[in-house]
Ligand binder design. Structure first.
Ligand code: ADP
Ligand code: MG
Length: 704
């Protein structure tokens, strides 16, 4: 808000036009830095950190918390003597874009003094020069496994704490423990909303409410100037928010003065659709009458260079329309936004303890989120927010705040890692908000059935420990660790990397892409099909972008798979105590392009998949149109918790889409906003393997 001068506030058309981002972009970086609301609090922040172990910082998005505070710490000696400042982000996109921005501000190369670490990508200096490290919250938690006191860091900033992601919540409990052993460590909890008291109370060691001097925790509010935002609701609910959003963009564009537009959608597919529609319809506007429109996407799967485009200033007379996921709600600030269009939806990962399944689902946002989103329009002057839902729906259907992730996630990975940190009784762990007991039980049960825990709930040695350290979820991790015994480690490394990247095929459901997809396809299902795509890419395709273009394959996704694969390979070699990758067995012939004994090899691969994915098995329904989760076939017994059978459909991008295999296992479930659950990455199996490879989990084959 501080970028505009007082005159501009006098709200005339002229004042609005006078204000433009040109002014912003002609300021030097260091001038820009001093304009940010946190700058006024620089001394105060540094003072509080000298005197308090934990500082809770509240400030609107865009006030400079993420980009500035780590720099203040660096400038004032907190990184001297080889120590580092960590700043965690709930999202990968935020960690990478913010690190890039800060490197620019400090005029250093990204990956040197300023770096970032996200899963499968470490952009920090191997020589130890990195002083400020942006990272996902999951990565910091993982570092605690290797270094339980996080001894490299002098200050740890848990950023965007209001988002209440699983790992931010867990880190709060872990850091509270570490503080007892490292009194000199400093924690900053930063939040965009006014829930500071709850965070402070969690960390406070003061038992005497009348004596504040005993407190180890301080709260500081760095409210920047915010301009009022006019909120508009729909009079009637829309049945197609995508179309309504596009129309609203053009309404704004043709009727409103300058100011960029930020549109909130739920995910990649929608975003790409909206962006290309806007680009197309923009060409039909009468020329010379309106400004140009520049529509840009931003979401997690987008390559970093493309993500950075949304931050670039546009030419005068062009209106930027940024179509974003929730990442633009708080984690990243795009300068120049005057209008917000809010679909009212968000895509989240949610675990349903009844069905025992975690699905990527689209749900209604909370009122707090809606207000955050609208607020993004009021950073530079009075703004407008268009909510694509009714006022009644906001007031009556939206919950006040989002449910913390810890209360709606599959907790298996987290429980396993807590055990590896030496926290035996995870039920008694100091959670900021405790997860429901049933979800903890289900996580423990799954870990037991994966053989990561023993009968007493202790981590098994070495298997459970290895699994905890492996950078994949426990099911996929087990598959890789078991692959040595099945003789197919090379193949499993490829499969695990390919399922870790999304959107291998460009426009996957177009007829042309389907035709290409079929060339690699096998009736055993998607995992082996992905293996074929990868093998062709590295052999015939010579890892080239041209080959990918010819086969409608996403080159960026393939490059990421290559890089993930080499990461995983290194981990696996190390974890298994081998001397090099050549010791990892393969069931393919030596040229790597064909299965040596296809039948035998695919059985090995599929059995290996079952050894980890057995809990995600499904059987075809009698009418053959869908599948039913196999969990109701569980034995009744002390450990067997109850599950409700779920209907599952084949995802249209699966190679098995038009097939009717009797039994399958799948990598994940995606749910539409209407609650229909689709299996993604599916492989056919023999049900006998379930009894053979997961006898704890399934009744004997006869009963299936
Ligand atoms: P906060 O963490 O308080 O939300 P940030 O530190 O992320 O705020 O951002 C501070 C300011 O820096 C923003 O208002 C924005 O104008 C600017 N900024 C942040 N990232 C970029 C970027 N990549 N390019 C240009 N400006 C940026
Ligand atoms: Mg921030």
């Amino acid at each position: 808000g501080s970028l505009v001068d007082r005159e501009a506030e006098k709200d005339s058309e002229a004042a609005i036009v006078t204000f433009s981002d040109t002014k912003y972009s002609t300021m030097t970086m260091s001038e820009q830095r001093k304009q940010l609301p946190v700058y006024k609090h620089r001394t105060e922040i540094l003072y509080l950190l000298e005197n308090y172990q934990v500082v809770v910082l509240v400030g609107q998005t865009g006030s400079g918390k993420t980009t500035q505070i780590p720099q203040y710490l660096h400038e004032s000696g907190w990184t001297a003597g080889g120590r580092m400042v960590a700043c965690t982000q709930p999202r990968r996109v935020a960690a990478t874009t913010v690190a890039q921005r800060v490197a620019e501000e400090m005029q250093v190369n990204l990956g040197m003094e300023v770096g970032y670490t996200i899963r499968f990508e470490d952009c920090t200096d191997p020589g130890g020069k990195t002083r400020i490290k942006y990272m996902t919250d999951g990565m910091l938690f993982r570092e605690a496994l290797m270094d339980p006191l996080l001894s490299q860091y002098s200050v740890i900033m848990l950023d965007e704490a209001h988002e209440r992601t699983l790992y931010t919540d867990i880190l709060m409990g872990v850091l509270k423990k570490i503080l007892k052993k490292r009194p000199e460590l400093r924690i900053i909890i930063s939040s965009a909303t006014l829930d500071a008291e709850a965070f402070a109370a969690f960390f406070s060691t003061n038992r005497d409410p009348n004596d504040k001097s005993k407190d180890n925790t301080a709260i500081l509010s760095v409210q920047g100037r915010m301009y009022p935002v006019d909120v508009h609701y729909l009079a009637e609910p829309t049945s197609n928010y995508i179309e309504t959003a596009i129309q609203t963009v053009f309404d704004i564009h043709t009727k409103e003065p300058v100011g960029d537009i930020l549109v909130f959608m739920t995910g990649r597919d929608e975003i790409e659709e909206v962006v290309s529609e806007i680009r197309e319809r923009a060409t039909t506007l009468p020329p010379n009458k309106y400004a140009e429109i520049l529509a840009l996407p931003i979401y997690a799967g987008l390559p970093t260079e493309e993500q950075m485009l949304v931050f670039e200033p546009v030419e005068k007379g062009t209106r930027k329309v940024v179509v974003a996921t929730n990442v633009a709600e708080a984690s990243v600030t795009i300068p120049g936004i005057g209008f917000v269009i809010d679909s009212g939806f968000v895509k989240i990962r949610a675990y349903n303890p009844q069905t025992g399944m975690e699905a990527l689902t689209t749900t209604t946002i909370s009122q707090a989120s809606a207000d955050q989103r609208s607020g993004r329009a009021g950073r530079i002057r009075n703004g407008k927010a268009y909510r694509l839902y009714t006022r009644e729906s906001f007031e009556q259907e939206m919950r006040p705040a989002s449910v913390p992730e810890i209360q709606r996630s599959n907790l298996a990975g987290m429980v396993l890692q807590l055990k590896a940190l030496g926290i035996e009784n995870v039920l008694r762990f100091d959670f900021m908000t405790s997860p429901p007991a049933e979800m903890m039980s289900k996580a423990l049960e799954l870990l037991y059935s994966l053989k990561a825990l023993d009968n007493y709930g202790r981590l098994t040695i070495p298997f459970g420990m290895r699994l905890a350290e492996f950078p994949l979820d426990p099911m996929l991790g087990k598959i890789l660790l078991d692959s040595q015994a099945f003789g197919c480690s090379q193949e499993m490394l490829t499969i695990a990397s390919m399922v870790s990247v999304q959107n291998i095929f460009v426009n996957a459901t177009s007829p042309a892409a389907e035709e290409q997809h079929r060339k690699f396809g096998v009736l055993e299902g998607d995992h082996i099909t992905l293996l074929n795509v990868y093998a062709a890419f590295v052999t015939r395709g010579k890892k080239s972008s041209k080959w990918c273009a010819n086969h409608l394959i996403n080159f960026k996704a393939m490059s990421r798979a290559l890089s993930i694969r080499s990461h995983l390979e290194r981990y696996l070699v190390k974890t298994l105590g081998l001397t090099g990758p050549s010791q990892l067995p393969s069931c393919l012939s030596t040229d790597g392009s064909k299965l040596s004994d296809p039948k035998e090899a695919t059985v090995k691969i599929r059995k290996c998949l079952v050894s980890g994915y057995f809990a995600q098995a499904a059987k075809i329904a009698p009418d053959g149109t869908h599948w039913i989760s196999a969990l109701e076939a569980r034995p009744k017994g002390a450990r067997a918790l109850s599950y409700t059978p779920t209907k599952l459909w084949m995802h249209p991008t699966s190679i098995l889409f038009k097939q009717t295999p009797q039994w399958v296992i799948f990598h994940e479930v995606v749910e539409t906003s209407k609650g229909k659950a689709y299996m993604r990455e599916v492989t056919t199996i023999d049900p006998e393997w379930l009894g053979e490879l997961a006898p704890h989990f399934y009744v004997l084959k006869k009963q299936l």
